[in-house]
Design a protein. Structure first.
Length: 68
């Protein structure tokens, strides 16, 4: 099963998607039960996504200075 974003935007400069997720889905990614890249869900905790082969580790960009 795949998570369903409530917001999605593709950044052509970065070549990556920005996902907006429901709180429960976001927590699944943080806990290692879903992939933050391809949004695939897992029945157990994994370290590498079997679908897209990316590490299943939460990674967050630093908070921009203008937001502080």
């Amino acid at each position: 099963m795949t998570l369903k974003p409530i917001y999605a935007k593709y950044d052509h400069l970065e070549g990556a998607w920005t996902w907006g997720l429901a709180p429960d889905d976001f927590m699944r990614i943080q806990a290692g039960y879903a992939c933050g890249e391809c949004l695939e869900e897992f029945s157990h905790h994994v370290k590498v996504c079997p679908v897209c082969k990316n590490p299943v580790v939460p990674s967050f960009a630093p908070t921009p200075e203008e937001w502080k």
